[in-house]
Structure formats: structure tokens, C-alpha cells
Design a protein. Structure first.
Length: 181
């Protein structure tokens, strides 16, 4: 059997024993500087991030947030509380044509007197029908069939009904029947 020789380097003898001193070389100064600088970068980034978030929160609360007493944003149209329907009527258009128009008024509050019609403090249906006749009569078929003109006519009818009954009562007009001939 061949004999194997082992060579042991000086300074490492007994390094694995408890209480023995290691003869490992001292750490390099550059490696020490790199390690400390690497630890400072994350700390600086965290501090910068905290300062930035604090500044953003301060700007929001001091400048951008709504102050007490400021009017809130427009909540939109009031909710429809009641709808009053009007039976379709034939209205004369230009050149012997006619428009069969049915519509409904959307109300923002309940009618006083509990209904529509000529009496009882309710909605005067004759006044609403008269407003519709004034808005639509005498127009051409092409005019009342144009979608843009139709929306303008709806807005005009709404404005007339609001002038008659009040803006707080009438909040919208919907067409329920709209046929030309």
C-alpha cells in the first residue's frame, strides 16, 4: 500500500480547535469601506422616501383637501320623486304634417294636493300641454326628426314647464311617444 504524504500550511494548525487563535489575514480596508457605504444607501433612500411622503401629505391636507365651509362638488340632478304622464296628442307641423307627442314631466318633489289635473293645487295639465304646443307646432318634419333639434326642443319644453311650475318642481322631460307623419 502506498503511503500518502500530507503537507500542512503554517498558521492554520489548530484553527479548528476551541479557543485556538486563527491566523486569518485581517480584512482589507477597501472591502470595509464598501460594506459601510452599501449600508448607508438603503438608509438614505428610506429617509428620503419618508420625507417625500410627509411633504406630499402636508401639501394635500393644507392645499388640496376641501376646507370646512367649502361647497362640495355638484351632486348632480336631484332625484325624481314623481312622474306625471301626459297622453299623446297630435300637434300640427308645417306643410300638413303632424307630430304625435306624448311626454312625462319628472318632478323633484311631490305635488301639493296629491295629483295632477285642473284643481286641488296639483299640476295644471292644460298649461303643460299648451307649452308643448307652443314649442312643437309649425316646425317641419325634418326639423323635429333631427336628433340635435329634438334635444333642443326637449330643453325648451323643460324651460317653459319650469317657468310655469317652478324649477324645484319640474326637473326633467321625457318623451313617451314621438311619431311624425
Amino acid at each position: 500500500m502506498p503511503i500518502e504524504q500530507r503537507v500542512v500550511a503554517p498558521g492554520k494548525i489548530g484553527a479548528g480547535k476551541i479557543g485556538a487563535k486563527s491566523a486569518a489575514p485581517p480584512p482589507e480596508p477597501e472591502a470595509e469601506k464598501k460594506g459601510k457605504g452599501g449600508r448607508k444607501k438603503p438608509l438614505i433612500l428610506v429617509v428620503a422616501l419618508v420625507v417625500l411622503l410627509g411633504a406630499a401629505a402636508a401639501v394635500y391636507f393644507l392645499v388640496l383637501a376641501p376646507q370646512d365651509g367649502e361647497a362640495p362638488e355638484d351632486p348632480g340632478p336631484p332625484p325624481v320623486v314623481e312622474v306625471v304622464h301626459f297622453e299623446p296628442r297630435s300637434l300640427n307641423l308645417a306643410s300638413g304634417h303632424y307630430l304625435r307627442l306624448g311626454f312625462a314631466l319628472e318632478l323633484g318633489k311631490h305635488l301639493p294636493g296629491g295629483g295632477h289635473g285642473g284643481g286641488g293645487g296639483g299640476l295644471d295639465s292644460a298649461a303643460a300641454l299648451d307649452a308643448a304646443i307652443l314649442v312643437f307646432s309649425g316646425r317641419t318634419v325634418a326639423e323635429v326628426n333631427d336628433p340635435e333639434v329634438r334635444e333642443a326642443l326637449r330643453a325648451e319644453l323643460l324651460a317653459r314647464c319650469q317657468a310655469i311650475f317652478g324649477e324645484d318642481l319640474v326637473i326633467g322631460v321625457k318623451f313617451t311617444d314621438y311619431v311624425t307623419q
